[in-house]
Design a protein around this ligand. Structure first.
Ligand SMILES: [Cu+2]
Length: 188
Protein backbone atom coordinates (compact mmCIF):
# COMPACT_ATOMS: atom_id res chain seq x y z
CA UNK A 1 0.00 0.00 0.00
CA UNK A 2 2.77 2.41 0.97
CA UNK A 3 4.69 1.53 -2.19
CA UNK A 4 1.63 2.20 -4.33
CA UNK A 5 1.14 5.55 -2.61
CA UNK A 6 4.74 6.48 -3.21
CA UNK A 7 4.53 5.54 -6.87
CA UNK A 8 1.44 7.72 -7.14
CA UNK A 9 3.30 10.60 -5.54
CA UNK A 10 6.30 10.16 -7.86
CA UNK A 11 4.05 10.15 -10.90
CA UNK A 12 2.46 13.39 -9.72
CA UNK A 13 5.88 14.98 -9.29
CA UNK A 14 6.99 13.83 -12.74
CA UNK A 15 3.75 15.10 -14.34
CA UNK A 16 4.14 18.38 -12.47
CA UNK A 17 7.71 18.94 -13.55
CA UNK A 18 6.81 18.03 -17.16
CA UNK A 19 4.09 20.68 -17.17
CA UNK A 20 6.48 23.16 -15.60
CA UNK A 21 9.23 22.53 -18.17
CA UNK A 22 6.72 22.78 -21.01
CA UNK A 23 5.43 26.09 -19.71
CA UNK A 24 9.00 27.33 -19.44
CA UNK A 25 9.77 26.24 -23.02
CA UNK A 26 6.93 28.43 -24.28
CA UNK A 27 8.28 31.56 -22.58
CA UNK A 28 9.12 34.16 -25.21
CA UNK A 29 12.82 34.56 -25.93
CA UNK A 30 14.10 38.09 -25.70
CA UNK A 31 17.09 39.96 -27.02
CA UNK A 32 18.20 43.55 -27.41
CA UNK A 33 20.84 45.86 -28.75
CA UNK A 34 22.30 49.28 -28.07
CA UNK A 35 22.91 51.07 -31.36
CA UNK A 36 25.94 53.30 -31.85
CA UNK A 37 27.12 55.47 -34.69
CA UNK A 38 29.89 53.70 -36.58
CA UNK A 39 33.25 54.58 -35.07
CA UNK A 40 31.65 55.86 -31.86
CA UNK A 41 30.97 52.63 -29.98
CA UNK A 42 32.13 54.05 -26.64
CA UNK A 43 29.94 57.14 -26.71
CA UNK A 44 26.22 57.48 -26.00
CA UNK A 45 24.03 55.09 -28.00
CA UNK A 46 21.78 56.73 -30.59
CA UNK A 47 19.08 54.10 -30.21
CA UNK A 48 17.93 50.77 -28.88
CA UNK A 49 16.43 47.57 -30.25
CA UNK A 50 14.36 44.79 -28.74
CA UNK A 51 13.60 41.38 -30.21
CA UNK A 52 10.95 39.01 -28.86
CA UNK A 53 10.39 35.50 -30.19
CA UNK A 54 6.90 34.02 -29.98
CA UNK A 55 5.18 31.19 -31.82
CA UNK A 56 2.64 32.37 -34.43
CA UNK A 57 -0.90 30.94 -34.56
CA UNK A 58 0.44 28.28 -36.96
CA UNK A 59 3.20 27.39 -34.50
CA UNK A 60 5.96 28.98 -36.59
CA UNK A 61 8.51 30.91 -34.56
CA UNK A 62 8.40 34.62 -35.31
CA UNK A 63 10.45 37.50 -33.98
CA UNK A 64 9.03 40.96 -33.30
CA UNK A 65 11.72 43.58 -33.90
CA UNK A 66 11.42 47.09 -32.48
CA UNK A 67 14.10 49.68 -33.16
CA UNK A 68 14.00 53.23 -31.82
CA UNK A 69 16.49 55.86 -32.97
CA UNK A 70 16.60 59.17 -31.13
CA UNK A 71 19.49 61.03 -32.79
CA UNK A 72 22.48 60.85 -35.08
CA UNK A 73 20.93 59.76 -38.39
CA UNK A 74 19.91 61.95 -41.34
CA UNK A 75 16.25 62.61 -42.14
CA UNK A 76 14.76 60.02 -44.48
CA UNK A 77 14.86 56.27 -44.96
CA UNK A 78 17.76 54.03 -44.00
CA UNK A 79 18.23 50.34 -44.75
CA UNK A 80 18.24 48.03 -41.69
CA UNK A 81 19.47 44.45 -41.63
CA UNK A 82 20.72 41.79 -39.27
CA UNK A 83 24.35 41.24 -40.23
CA UNK A 84 26.19 37.99 -39.72
CA UNK A 85 28.74 38.77 -36.98
CA UNK A 86 28.45 40.36 -33.52
CA UNK A 87 31.21 42.90 -34.13
CA UNK A 88 30.80 46.66 -34.61
CA UNK A 89 34.42 47.78 -34.28
CA UNK A 90 34.63 48.74 -37.04
CA UNK A 91 31.12 48.41 -38.48
CA UNK A 92 32.56 46.55 -41.46
CA UNK A 93 33.39 43.66 -39.11
CA UNK A 94 29.67 42.93 -38.75
CA UNK A 95 30.30 41.27 -42.15
CA UNK A 96 27.53 40.66 -44.70
CA UNK A 97 23.82 40.04 -44.31
CA UNK A 98 22.84 37.17 -41.97
CA UNK A 99 21.95 34.33 -44.33
CA UNK A 100 22.73 30.85 -43.01
CA UNK A 101 22.05 27.64 -44.88
CA UNK A 102 23.33 25.71 -47.88
CA UNK A 103 22.29 28.47 -50.34
CA UNK A 104 23.82 31.20 -48.16
CA UNK A 105 24.77 34.40 -49.97
CA UNK A 106 25.68 37.12 -47.50
CA UNK A 107 26.67 39.68 -50.16
CA UNK A 108 24.58 42.73 -49.13
CA UNK A 109 23.75 43.55 -52.75
CA UNK A 110 23.33 39.93 -53.89
CA UNK A 111 20.32 37.72 -53.10
CA UNK A 112 18.75 40.86 -51.66
CA UNK A 113 16.11 41.20 -50.18
CA UNK A 114 15.98 37.44 -49.63
CA UNK A 115 18.61 37.08 -46.89
CA UNK A 116 17.42 35.77 -43.54
CA UNK A 117 18.50 39.04 -41.91
CA UNK A 118 16.82 41.46 -44.33
CA UNK A 119 14.40 43.89 -42.66
CA UNK A 120 12.48 47.02 -43.64
CA UNK A 121 13.76 50.57 -43.88
CA UNK A 122 13.59 52.84 -40.86
CA UNK A 123 12.30 56.39 -41.50
CA UNK A 124 13.95 59.20 -39.54
CA UNK A 125 11.84 62.34 -39.05
CA UNK A 126 12.87 66.03 -38.83
CA UNK A 127 13.52 65.61 -35.10
CA UNK A 128 15.99 62.80 -35.73
CA UNK A 129 13.58 60.21 -34.38
CA UNK A 130 12.66 56.98 -36.10
CA UNK A 131 10.81 53.82 -35.07
CA UNK A 132 10.84 50.52 -36.92
CA UNK A 133 8.36 47.85 -35.86
CA UNK A 134 8.43 44.68 -37.91
CA UNK A 135 8.04 40.92 -37.57
CA UNK A 136 10.19 38.30 -39.26
CA UNK A 137 9.95 34.53 -39.41
CA UNK A 138 13.29 34.26 -41.22
CA UNK A 139 15.33 34.14 -37.99
CA UNK A 140 14.96 32.74 -34.49
CA UNK A 141 16.43 33.74 -31.15
CA UNK A 142 16.17 30.17 -29.85
CA UNK A 143 18.68 27.56 -30.98
CA UNK A 144 18.34 26.14 -34.48
CA UNK A 145 19.56 26.46 -38.07
CA UNK A 146 18.39 30.09 -38.47
CA UNK A 147 19.24 31.30 -34.95
CA UNK A 148 20.97 34.69 -34.91
CA UNK A 149 22.83 33.41 -31.84
CA UNK A 150 25.15 31.18 -33.86
CA UNK A 151 28.80 30.76 -32.89
CA UNK A 152 29.75 34.33 -33.83
CA UNK A 153 26.48 36.10 -32.99
CA UNK A 154 24.84 38.85 -35.04
CA UNK A 155 24.46 42.64 -35.18
CA UNK A 156 22.10 45.26 -36.58
CA UNK A 157 23.47 47.58 -39.23
CA UNK A 158 21.68 50.78 -40.22
CA UNK A 159 22.86 52.06 -43.60
CA UNK A 160 23.42 55.59 -44.90
CA UNK A 161 20.84 55.28 -47.67
CA UNK A 162 17.43 53.78 -48.25
CA UNK A 163 17.32 50.08 -49.02
CA UNK A 164 15.82 49.89 -52.53
CA UNK A 165 15.40 46.09 -52.07
CA UNK A 166 17.47 45.74 -55.26
CA UNK A 167 14.74 45.42 -57.94
CA UNK A 168 17.39 45.36 -60.70
CA UNK A 169 19.41 42.52 -59.17
CA UNK A 170 22.98 42.95 -57.96
CA UNK A 171 23.72 46.69 -58.09
CA UNK A 172 26.39 48.24 -55.88
CA UNK A 173 24.80 50.02 -52.90
CA UNK A 174 21.22 48.96 -53.70
CA UNK A 175 20.77 47.61 -50.13
CA UNK A 176 21.61 50.97 -48.54
CA UNK A 177 25.33 51.45 -49.19
CA UNK A 178 27.73 52.53 -46.46
CA UNK A 179 27.14 51.88 -42.77
CA UNK A 180 25.97 54.59 -40.35
CA UNK A 181 25.19 52.66 -37.17
CA UNK A 182 25.64 49.26 -35.58
CA UNK A 183 24.37 47.34 -32.56
CA UNK A 184 25.53 43.96 -31.27
CA UNK A 185 22.53 41.76 -30.39
CA UNK A 186 22.50 40.27 -26.86
CA UNK A 187 20.06 37.74 -25.47
CA UNK A 188 18.53 38.28 -22.05
CU1 LIG B 1 22.96 45.77 -44.23
Amino acid sequence: MTIKKNIGKSLLIIAGSFLLSNAYAEEPKKAGALIYLCGEENTTPIGTATLVETPSDEGVKQVDVNITITSGLSVGKHGVHIHETANCTPCGDAQGHFDPGPESNSNPDGNHPFHSGDLNNIAIDENGIGILQTTTSRVTLSAGPISIFDENGSAFIIHTNEDTYCPDGVTTGCAGGSRDACGIIYSF
